[in-house]
Ligand binder design. Sequence first.
Ligand code: NAP
Length: 488
Amino acid sequence: MIKEQKALFIIFGGTGDLAQRKLYPSIFELYKKGYLKRNFAIIGTARRPWTNDYYREIVKDSIDGMYDSEQTAIAFSNHFYYQSHNVTDTSHYVTLRQLAEKLDGKYEIGGNRLFYLAMSPRFFGTICEHLKSQELKTTTGYNRVIVEKPFGRDFASATILNNEISQSFPEDDVFRIDHYLGKEMVQNIAAIRFGNSIFNAMWNNRYISNIQVTLSEALGVEERAGYYETAGALRDMIQNHMLQIVALLTMSAPVSFTDADIRNAKINALKCLKVYTKDEVKENFVRGQYDSGRNLPAYRQEDQTAPDSMTETFVAGKLLINTMDMAGVPIYVRTGKRLATKATRIDVVFKQVPNNVFADNDLRHDVLTITVDPEPSLRLQLNSKTIGQGYDFDTHRLNLDYKLSEEQKKSVPEAYEKLILDALKGKASNFTHWKELQYSWKFVDAIRQAWDDNVDQVVFPNYPCGEMGPDTSEKLLAKDGNHWEFTI
Ligand code: NAP
């Protein structure tokens, strides 16, 4: 049932790329669906001196093609107010508070505030401190803060950032965005695992041979090269999106489907993630950097990258989760830029039956494939009898496919839309808890440290644009007698 949400949004970074490409369209979808109707307002802040009218035009542009009538677009954008504001200037928060109080009264919001930090994380601490000291937090409603990634660049910096935020906001009010957690098929993992006896019973080391997660991008670093050069694929993708997906795939069944129980289950899974020694990193993780190919430049030739850069644009690794159910099951992860295609895909490879009674027929592993992007779908690969009769009893591979219809695809909300609605409702399970981050960073730091010490003595570049990474990625699985199910 659709219930109207009352809230005053204050978006820091209101002129930025994220706000215009993701936040305003998502908020508009919530408005069209009736989750936001009358009792809401949005204050966009940033340094440049925009007027309300100009800001509303920008908002209208960002929802271009999404509305039926000009009237709807105008009615929606009239809820937007612009306040020029430098986040480091204390006096600006006074003006912001006055505007917030005025709008709270005008729209009868009742003190509910959602602070969206859509700007560089180096400002998160000072913003949160000022929100508290300058009394932008209310006492009559909720005060929730949504923070964007990256949350630190290692365990130490993430801890400092978290300490700064937690001076002003308790953990329950901190919503750390990982937009993969808003994707339809990522959310479906829980339903598939815990809603079906066949998978519930078989989701353990007795039946699963290995799990594979691929998050491949066809694009290079584009205009993010400056940031990427200091981050790399390990920090940019493995620490957050990949480990969140791995947690959902390996956690034990939550006691109930509540925020607290789901989060506990995920935290426990990540707590059991084996942190590698340097030698183990060499054994279990490989890295790559793209070379030129298909008329595209090498990473080292991109703007803002060093000609001898050692930043990795590809990572593949084997993870082990030492819980009773998952111990011994290799979880292979792979992510990279300038790969053969853009896709996010999970393959759960089941063990073969213990005894093949069809002596002349090779049986294959059953595989459950969950495709997250670009087309949400499910596939179960099974062994089946080949149609025919007599003594020539043959088996072959059968695919059971589920794809969303065109109609269903249209109704799938964008990840940001779902996550903003969750934050409005105070539902936190699709956001990353600080404890999850702690375990994730400790795991990633160990790999980073080993690579900084060059334990693998890698030579970059080592894969051409348009392929699925360096050949060391294939070898990593081959050592265990496995192979990537997802090939191009
Ligand atoms: P962006 O386009 O560079 O926007 C930064 C915003 O911060 C601008 O509105 C800028 O406006 C404002 N700003 C900078 N310094 C300020 C100051 N001292 N006081 C007040 N405002 C200031 O960045 P973005 O791409 O939107 O990214 C924002 C955050 O989201 C980052 O943490 C990023 O990692 C994360 N993120 C972005 C995306 C994406 O698709 N863009 C995806 C995932 C995560 P003024 O210059 O007018 O002050």
